[in-house]
Design a protein around this ligand. Sequence first.
Ligand code: EPU
Length: 421
Amino acid sequence: MEKLIVQGQAKLKGRVTVSGSKNATLPILAASLLTDDLCVLEGVPQLRDVTTMIRILRNLGLKVHQEGDRVTLSPNGYAGVEAPYRLVSTMRASFCVLGPLTAKKRQARVSLPGGCVIGPRPVDLHLKGLKALGAQIKVEGGYVLSKAKELRGTTIYLGGAFGSSVLGTANVLMGAVLARGRTLIENAACEPELADLAEVLIKMGAKIQGHGTPLIAVEGVRRLHGFTHRVIPDRIEAGTYLVAAGITGSEIEVQGARAEHLGAVIDKLDQAGVGVHPAGGGIRVKPRRRLSPVDATTLPFPGFPTDMQAQLMALLCVTPGISVITEKIYPDRFMHVAELGRMGAQIKLEGATAIVCGVKRLSGAPVMASDLRASAALLLAGLAARGASEVGRIYHLDRGYERMDEKLVKLGAEIRREKME
Ligand code: EPU
């Protein structure tokens, strides 16, 4: 296990380039299960979660070749239908092989993902959607067994207690593209990663309309072919660097960041006093002198993303005044609160709401990362704090941020990676 040692009160300067989106890459890799043809995905970030998805696909019999940011997948005649617990339990996104396997192989045996530190993450919507398409679904021995003589198009309402589901929509969409007839997915997820998956499916020959909106219409086809595609830039990584500039009072350029994917984040940062301006091929950030408190509520896209909640909280910890953050996607996603508290942050939790009373300065401390976005928030807090911080269990960060410490060092931060005793 490794830790990062961060020297605080950093000033950043220069340009950072955003990698390809993790959350777009994972379901797009799974979409290769829908064809027998060669598929090529470019812009793939080198991350632990991507490696896990590739292991799952290899385990199903695909030949996968990775060279730099380009992944070539040869599904021709793959015979596997099982995603085992030992792999799925390490990454929930692997559950999105269920839809494509059911559509292409007419059967699948996929482990239920199980618990997760950010709260309960059920898969009822995934199963409801595939059942509506005609799959027979059984849960046995911790596995979902799915069988289908034929999938048939239908109308499916895919909303749950917390709104739409990103990977649930991905699974159902990948089932519907090979179903007979027309499918309407109501309350579909509108996240850019889901829209990117739909673009890939269209390149494969699928007939899809309305992706990027809550109503997706699919006309099933008999066969899909291969694709070549460049994945969209990672909007959460981009947003994290925008906050890095805000929290350190630095001016930087985030190359590749797409403003149209970051509307709610840009709006909140602007209200907080972090000036964000589109600049040729990216976004330039220039914080104003004094930051102001803001209130934010996480919501499905185009609302403020839950995946930016912890990073925004780090910024608000050093913003004078009282800010309120309400988590409407994962009400328990607050593991970072206690760790930020160890650095001197003043945060009170009331159910799914965090009341943040900004302090003048955080102080460096040893802290422990609990999940991916929490680890990014702790690193950001460490950049702003007085003195050095040690962020432990950094494997969480490596699951979803491509070389974040190296990228920050290039911007002028002082960060060392060391083995944990
Ligand atoms: N939900 C249900 N039933 C379901 C599925 C989801 O009730 O069958 C609930 C969830 O418990 C949650 C809400 O619906 O309250 C939204 O969950 P969603 O299904 O959209 O999450 P996901 O698809 O499993 C993806 C991202 C997450 C991100 C969420 C929300 C990937 C690989 N993961 O997860 O990313 O937080 O959407 O935007 O795309 C991360 O990158 O750090 C991360 C956790």
